[in-house]
Design a protein around this ligand. Structure first.
Ligand SMILES: CC(=O)CC(=O)SCCNC(=O)CCNC(=O)[C@H](O)C(C)(C)COP(=O)(O)OP(=O)(O)OC[C@H]1O[C@@H](n2cnc3c(N)ncnc32)[C@H](O)[C@@H]1OP(=O)(O)O
Ligand SMILES: NC(=O)C1=CN([C@@H]2O[C@H](COP(=O)(O)OP(=O)(O)OC[C@H]3O[C@@H](n4cnc5c(N)ncnc54)[C@H](OP(=O)(O)O)[C@@H]3O)[C@@H](O)[C@H]2O)C=CC1
Length: 283
């Protein structure tokens, strides 16, 4: 029968994007978060994205309505009993993720694949919280999900080949390009991207240049679509810090130590675009 129904856990920037692309490709999607208001916010973002496509003449409004009708809100994890695939996109915290996976293992039938959109945490450790580690896999989408083509597909130590193949097929059905990687801290994307962002924050911290100048150098000099500090704000400074901590602890090399300025901003609640303030201010 294959995958027809998907639950996405976490209706934040990644979860809502993943739910959107799944619904656009015909899957029925349960969008789950802790509170109704978070799910509503996520669904609002999706509706706004789709309306923009309609306004640009890239989508019929009937299609938008059909996509929205495939999205169902959930605040009870037990609803996962009715799906074929769960994609978890809650906050980047091992305790929270392992708790969710242990509960999902109790709730969902044995055939259900449990995927995590973690950006850096070991899939093998998340899988060990369940009695089905062969069915646990990393499905790492990039932000903004509706735009970026890549899905890093991460094999945990015990991930079964059939599970990898099914997830690869599912990613292709979303018009994404799956790339296979092994389970190491930060995988490939954030092993390379995040130290660059952290270094940009050190460059600001040490007064080498202003934030605007740092971003301009990377945009105009390296053709990056966004400067590293703008990109950090876009990703979320809390997520950037969690990823650096995972790299630092997991690889044991001080070259991955998070910049104190990054810590300070996160402690202040300056989480970037999503909180209204990071390196830049947003309204
Ligand atoms: C941290 C991790 O674990 C991994 C990560 O995700 S790391 C982050 C990876 N992402 C990046 O590096 C993004 C870098 N930035 C970019 O590529 C670009 O700035 C961008 C695609 C975000 C915006 O591009 P742009 O050309 O400046 O903007 P714009 O012309 O307004 O948008 C281009 C298209 O993207 C869409 N878009 C832009 N932002 C969007 C968003 N947040 N959600 C949905 N769609 C969006 C627009 O609607 C537009 O669509 P059409 O082509 O269909 O009209
Ligand atoms: N930001 C990015 O660029 C990328 C992030 N990722 C990964 O995706 C995941 C989500 O990140 P992102 O969307 O940016 O973060 P957000 O902060 O935007 O969203 C996280 C959402 O998950 C909710 N949540 C927290 N705990 C639970 C729980 N126990 N059950 C259900 N929902 C919960 C949060 O609710 P509340 O607000 O109450 O905490 C929030 O709505 C992380 O693992 C991150 O590393 C992967 C690729 C790119």
């Amino acid at each position: 029968m294959g995958i027809q129904k998907v639950m996405v856990i976490g209706a934040g920037q990644m979860g809502s994007g993943i739910a959107q692309v799944c619904a656009m490709s015909g899957y029925e999607v349960l969008l789950h978060d802790l509170k109704d208001e978070y799910v509503e916010k996520g669904l609002g973002t999706i509706a706004k994205n789709l309306s923009r496509q309609v306004e640009k003449g890239k989508m019929e409004s009937e299609e938008k309505d059909a996509i929205l009708s495939r999205l169902i809100s959930s605040t009870n994890l037990k609803n996962a009993a009715a799906v074929d695939l769960v994609i978890e996109a809650a906050v980047e915290n091992m305790e929270i993720k392992t708790r969710i996976f242990a509960e999902l293992d109790e709730i969902t039938p044995r055939h259900v694949i449990l995927a995590s959109n973690t950006s850096s945490l070991p899939i093998t450790e998340i899988a060990a919280a369940t009695k089905r580690p062969e069915k646990v896999i990393g499905m790492h989408f990039m932000n903004p999900v509706p735009v970026m083509k890549l899905v890093e597909v991460i094999r945990g130590l015990a991930t079964a080949d059939e599970v990898y193949q099914e997830v690869e097929k599912m990613a292709e059905s979303l018009n994404k390009v799956p790339v296979e990687v092994n389970d190491f801290p930060g995988f490939v994307a954030n092993r390379i991207l995040m130290p660059m962002i952290n270094e940009a924050i050190y460059t600001l911290y040490e007064g080498v240049a202003t934030k605007e100048a740092i971003d301009d150098v990377m945009k105009l000099g390296m053709n990056h679509p966004m400067g590293p500090l703008t990109l950090a704000d876009f990703i979320g400074l809390d997520t950037c810090l969690y990823i650096m901590e995972t790299l630092h602890q997991g690889l044991g090399d001080d070259k991955y130590r998070p910049c104190p300025l990054l810590r300070k901003y996160v402690k202040a609640g300056w989480l970037g675009k999503k909180s209204g303030r990071g390196f830049y201010e947003y309204n």
